[in-house]
Design a protein around this ligand. Structure first.
Ligand code: ASP
Ligand code: MG
Length: 600
């Protein structure tokens, strides 16, 4: 007999008929002899309607009262579902978050779960009940010792479900929803999108907006950290859906279920080389030609960055194993001769090392990258290249500083020896190079120009933004440097949410003021297309294929940023959807099955 946590979303319990369907499903699962904990959201658009009511009463509703109000939505659906189950002869009872003992921090409207008590749940299960638990809500101890109702943030009942599964050590958590599972991309933009049968939690997190449109990212984070098999499947059919997997689960620690350490690994890859091409012509197809040529020569590049350009030229830099550096330089030279780009220069540096930290908690916590940069700056370590993603931050440093960098990162993030890796084999053999592609819109590009090329610069920039709660997506330190020696400056570019643009500019003002000549440049509205696949590190040529797909549609790439399992291209906003379609087709992700899409 197994224990499953089943979650049904708002659309799935949106009407009496649907509620009855859900009750039938639960009753069938129950007949298989399993223990079931069922988590439900509020019916249909209840949460939106309650929010509108609050705004009609006052312009800025107090967060405590908002939680009091919104939590009622889930209370309606648990009671109705428990009744429907009982009416079908299934022993069932409903419990609120407080009754279960879902203990959260006190931050109203966005509380993180600290602990899920299991004794009351177990007792009800042992009595033979299906226990129907209210999602999205918890309870905090409150200031004066009075328990307070808290909510986890919009879409939070996924997180409730996975947290319950983690605490109960359930055999699996199943999210029943109005889509058949996780698709290879957004079917509203690309009708050929196909269902994935499997995706790793890391891939799901790297797919950013695509993943988040299916599951609350905090739910994926919990599943990843504690190794909960997580299934996303349709509420209306018995199709198996998509299984989310995780590699290195850890035990639920004492820090709090959702507050565990944001970083759970660091690694050092030594003997790396970097090749930098400056003043490349800025036109569609250049990056494609370059990376196709490299892959034709059997060279497997690792990180790639291309920063914003001035005077219609680009700088592109990439890393690869130092032993491949000479060959790569030759390939680049040949290509530059062909492109007749006399003004371009190629520089190669061996003896570099890549230091990375990883963890699901990097996503949405801008302070983590800033802390790594701070830590390295305090050691006097200069960052040659930076690559950030949802689950990883990597920096390229001088090879003789690698071990010290790793040690400093381990101390800063309290990592044990078991969590450190030195020169690991590239992972992902046998996995697809690209499992899905995502489009992130509503992004903007920003550049800080002429900032000093010395330890602490990236830290200062990221710290200022992190203190404002602003997350950066791709951070790219450009190749081009101005001036010499201690005066040497570089540009840094990054993308961020367009809404954060103005606040970011304000936060950076005092930082830039300390560096003579440094200035901020607000870039245009952009879209980011990301290809994600666990097999990417083990496959040569992925980047070239992606760039070629865009070049063939004459789409210019403004910025390139990669991470271990993700390659992202920033393109003009107007090119976004076409770039997404091109990328999807290029990796053969399309198919003939059309997926029905519903709102909610
Ligand atoms: N009812 C909440 C919301 O609409 C929680 C959820 O549906 O997951 O955001
Ligand atoms: Mg929902």
């Amino acid at each position: 007999m197994a224990l499953y946590v089943l979650k049904f979303g708002g659309t799935s319990v949106g009407s009496v008929e649907r509620l009855q369907c859900v009750a039938d499903r639960i009753s069938r699962r129950r007949e298989e002899g399993h223990d079931l904990v069922v988590v439900v959201s509020a019916m249909g658009h209840t949460t939106d309607e309650l929010t509108a009511l609050a705004r009609a009463v006052c312009t800025d509703p107090p967060t405590r009262e908002m939680d009091m109000l919104l939590a009622t939505g889930e209370q309606v659906s648990i009671a109705l579902l428990a009744m429907a189950l009982q009416a079908k002869g299934v022993p069932a009872l409903s419990m609120t978050g407080a009754q279960v003992g879902i203990v959260t921090e006190s931050a109203h409207g966005r509380a993180r779960i600290l602990e899920v008590r299991t004794d009351r749940l177990r007792q009800r299960l042992d009595e033979g009940n299906v226990v129907v638990v209210a999602g999205f809500q918890g309870t905090s101890s409150g200031a004066g010792g009075t328990a307070e109702i808290t909510t986890l943030g919009r879409g939070g009942s996924d997180t409730s479900a996975v947290a319950l599964a983690a605490a109960l050590q359930a055999d699996a958590c199943e999210i029943h929803t109005d889509v058949p599972g996780v698709l290879t991309t957004d079917p509203r933009k690309v009708p050929e999108a196909q269902l994935m049968d499997r995706v790793s939690c890391n891939e799901m997190l790297e797919l950013a907006s695509l993943g988040a449109s299916v599951l609350h990212p905090r739910a994926v984070e919990i599943a990843r950290n504690y190794g909960i098999p997580l299934l996303v499947r349709s509420s209306w059919s018995d199709e198996p859906g998509t299984l989310l997997t995780s590699d290195h689960p850890r035990a639920v620690g004492r820090d709090g279920l959702e507050l565990g350490k944001p970083v759970d690994g660091a690694e050092l890859v030594q003997q790396q080389g970097v090749l930098a091409l400056a003043q490349m012509p800025d036109r569609p197809g250049v990056a494609a030609q370059l990376f196709e040529a490299l892959s034709a020569a059997g060279l497997n590049v690792d990180l790639i960055v291309q920063a914003t350009h001035e005077q219609a030229t680009n700088d592109i830099a990439f890393t690869l194993a130092a032993e491949e550096l000479d060959e790569a330089r030759r390939v680049c030279r040949d290509l530059l001769d062909q492109l007749c780009a006399q003004s371009c220069s190629v520089t190669a540096e061996a003896g570099m090392a890549k230091i990375s930290i990883s963890g699901a908690g990097i996503m949405g916590r801008p302070g983590v990258a800033a802390r790594l940069f701070d830590t390295l700056a305090r050691e006097g370590i200069n960052l040659r290249m930076i690559a950030t993603s949802e689950v990883k931050v990597s920096c390229l440093v001088a090879g003789d500083q690698g071990r010290r960098a790793l040690q400093a990162a381990a101390e800063a993030f309290e990592l044990s020896v078991q969590q450190l890796l030195i020169d690991p084999m590239p992972g992902g053999a046998g996995e697809p190079e690209v499992r899905g592609v995502a489009l992130d819109r509503d992004q903007a590009q920003m550049a800080v120009r002429q900032v000093p090329d010395r330890p602490g610069t990236a830290a200062a920039v990221c710290r200022a933004l992190a203190e404002e709660g602003i997350s950066l997506d791709a951070i790219v330190q450009s190749e081009r440097s101005h001036g010499e020696g201690a005066e040497r400056c570089r540009d840094m570019s990054f993308t961020l949410r367009r809404d954060d643009h103005r606040r970011a500019a304000r936060a950076l003002e005092p930082v830039l003021a300390q560096w003579p000549g440094a200035r901020l440049e607000a870039g245009p509205a952009i879209a980011r297309v990301s290809a994600v696949g666990a097999g990417m590190p083990a496959t040569a040529g992925t980047a070239g294929r992606l760039f070629r797909a865009l070049a063939d549609r004459s789409i210019n790439i403004e910025m390139i940023a990669t991470s271990e399992i993700r390659t992202s291209c920033v393109v003009a906003e107007a090119d976004g959807v076409e770039a997404l379609r091109a990328a999807h087709a290029a990796f053969g992700l399309g198919g003939t099955v059309q997926h029905r899409v519903e709102g909610g």
